[in-house]
Design a binder for this molecule. Structure first.
Ligand code: ZN
Length: 468
């Protein structure tokens, strides 16, 4: 009896395996992963982007160089047409000086800081110095007396929530301090702001990122401070509430510069008027090499094109491979792309049916964040079994990516997927000097590219066409 059962189970398993092997989607996914893992070029492309071109701050020469490089790679990989969509981007330079010292009793303790992106320099590039007030919440400033803040430097010191398994959510829960802290502090009369770096790691690296000044409020200098130094300061304040901190920075903003999104198009055979966009962002912060953020997304995008050409895939819909500009400090590339897409939807028969983004690092892929209607979400979730052999298990609703997020407002709404790599180490590197090529793992990067390309063909094959 037992033997019969085992035999039956074995036969059934074999039947399922045979069915999976002959399923055209399974075969397609297998060929995509095989191509990425045997002939992959994403890692060498990332080396060129990060080592030969370097970091790519919006408005910089290296960002312009990266646009040329991205265009050339897309042409080389066989895109039907490649063009630059012009975008005016902000221009800001970090400068050569970012110094801060804590004066604690008789001791002088140097603090590791770097300017937040977009910060003004200190007046005349000279040092400012003041007592420190620490808060954990931007709104806490409202409850303090003006005399407690006036003339001081505000330390925003709320750590990313360690209990959230989704590190992106922990980041999202803390980043308001970086975005809004400087203007909130200035409104209350402060002369400067220090913001605890956005990372779970207790390290000595300042992690930069954009701030947003409010128009009607005077602009004060703001810097990211390493988590180790933020912790040191907060402890020192317990015994020395009158300790002082100095800050000196010579960062500066300039006139906007004309750059653009790099777009490579591959026209579909069956439904050429239906567009699926896939991309990452070309710009990066300037204190590392923008390897995970978002060099990985750039080379994932290029590799998706290369893989699909290499395996002889013929897309039904028109695929657009997009390297967005200016995600980090304005998202002007993403906004302009969506503005043009809305015009295409209205004034021609082109319709944007899908969009995908990779902007969460080059780590081992876990799955996708789905931003779509209920029915489209159900279609994407029906692919779980197909992706199971590749350890892709996460099919969760969530934001798909900053660059493609403005496409949400289109009517009909495109189905949007964000590639979700494992996020536990992402913020160790994010926006820091350690976001370099050496910290990206070749095989993990290739698995991400394959997963990205696989989802693209699934969207191309199985998205329903919008009803007229
Ligand atoms: Zn990014």
């Amino acid at each position: 009896m037992l033997r019969t059962s085992i035999l039956l189970v074995t036969l059934l398993c074999n039947a399922f395996a045979a069915q999976a092997e002959s399923n055209p989607d399974s075969l397609l996914l297998r060929s995509i992963y095989d191509e990425a893992l045997t002939n992959g070029e994403s890692y060498e492309n990332l080396r060129t982007l990060t080592k030969d071109i370097g970091h790519r701050l919006s408005g910089s020469q290296s960002a312009a160089d990266a646009m040329q490089w991205g265009s050339a790679v897309m042409r080389g990989y066989g895109a039907d047409s490649v063009w630059i969509m012009p975008v005016m981007v902000p221009s800001w330079t970090r400068g050569s000086i970012a110094r801060s010292t804590a004066y604690i009793g008789q001791k002088q303790v140097p603090l590791r800081v770097t300017a937040l992106g977009g910060s003004v320099g200190t007046p005349n590039d000279q040092s400012i110095r003041g007592k420190v007030i620490m808060v954990k919440d931007v709104n806490a400033l409202d409850t303090l007396r003006a005399s407690a803040i006036a003339g001081r430097i505000v330390l925003f010191n709320r750590a990313m929530d360690p209990v959230l398994i989704n590190t992106g959510a922990a980041y999202g829960g803390a980043v308001d301090q970086r975005g809004n802290g400087a203007s909130a502090a200035a409104k209350a009369g402060a002369i400067g702001a220090l913001v605890r770096s956005m990372t779970h790691a207790l390290d000595t690296l300042p992690h930069t990122g954009a701030l947003r000044y409010k128009d009607e409020i005077n602009r004060i200098p703001a810097a990211a401070i390493s988590t180790v130094d933020a912790t040191t300061l907060s402890h020192a304040l317990e015994n020395h509430p009158d300790l002082e901190v100095s800050l000196q920075m010579n960062c500066a903003a300039f006139d906007d510069v004309l750059q653009g999104n790099v777009i490579g198009q591959w026209t579909g055979t069956e439904k050429p008027n239906e567009i699926i966009t896939i991309g990452g962002h070309l710009d990066s912060w300037d204190i590392g090499e923008g390897a995970h953020d978002d060099g990985a997304g750039v080379v994932h995008t290029l590799e998706a094109l290369r893989i699909l050409k290499a395996i002889g895939y013929q897309p039904k819909r028109t695929l657009r491979f997009v390297l967005f500009i200016n995600e980090e400090n304005g998202n002007r590339g993403g906004k302009e792309y969506a503005r043009k897409a809305a015009i295409e939807n209205e004034e021609s028969d082109l319709v944007h049916v899908g969009a995908m983004e990779s902007d969460a690092g080059g780590f081992v892929p876990r799955g996708f964040r789905i931003d779509a209607t209920d029915s489209a979400t159900a279609i994407v979730r029906s692919w779980e079994g197909l992706f199971d052999p590749y350890n892709i298990h996460l099919f969760r609703r969530g934001g798909a990516g900053v660059d493609i997020s403005p496409l949400k407002t289109l009517n009909p709404r495109p189905t949007m997927l964000g590639l979700s790599p494992d996020g536990q180490r992402y913020f160790d590197f994010h926006h820091s000097s350690q976001d370099v090529f050496e910290n990206v793992h070749k095989r993990e990067l290739e698995l991400g590219a394959a997963t990205f390309a696989a989802a693209l063909v699934m969207l191309d094959q199985h998205l329903p066409s919008p009803q007229p």
